[in-house]
Ligand binder design. Structure first.
Ligand code: HEC
Length: 123
């Protein structure tokens, strides 16, 4: 299980199923508990808010989203110069390469929403 509570690997004797394939197919917003109904589907109008929700689910166990705290995301986005969503998407694709971070999980539309939100933290 990753630090964000997503079950990465199946444990057959315990009947535990991996969540990764389902999340990548249906989307983290569709699958995760406690997602407000209005954010279960991404639209033009809710993209950034949906991205924030994804960040809270997948990243906030290890990154703060305020100005201070644990590895604050805004500071990382600024340090890496991630001014637009495309630049953030490239980083999201590379998360798997960091030993300390789980990969981004979700649909392509969710990756775009998360990227849009994270890019908005650049000031
Ligand atoms: C299990 C804890 C954990 C989770 C969950 C996590 N991170 Fe991280 N993240 C880290 C650690 C630890 C570092 C510092 C790693 C390093 O510098 O090698 C880091 C560093 C980063 C960096 C800076 C990378 C760099 O090259 O300096 C970015 C950007 C980042 N995380 C984004 C994310 C995003 C986006 C998510 C959610 C999709 C996420 N992280 C989820 C632990 C985590």
């Amino acid at each position: 299980m990753y630090a964000n509570q997503i079950i990465a690997k199946e444990i057959v004797p315990k009947g535990v199923k991996a969540e990764v394939p389902v999340i990548n197919e249906k989307g983290i917003l569709a699958v995760a508990p406690f997602v407000p109904k209005a954010l279960r589907e991404i639209t033009e109008g809710n993209r950034k808010e949906a991205g924030k929700m994804i960040a809270l689910i997948e990243c906030s166990s290890c990154h703060a989203f305020g100005k201070s705290g644990l590895r604050p995301m805004g500071a990382l986005v600024e340090r890496l110069g991630l001014k637009d969503a495309d630049a953030v998407e490239a980083v999201l694709d590379a998360l798997e390469g960091y030993p300390s971070m789980p990969p981004f999980l979700g649909t392509a539309a969710e990756k775009k929403a998360l990227a849009a939100y994270l890019a908005s933290l650049y000031q």
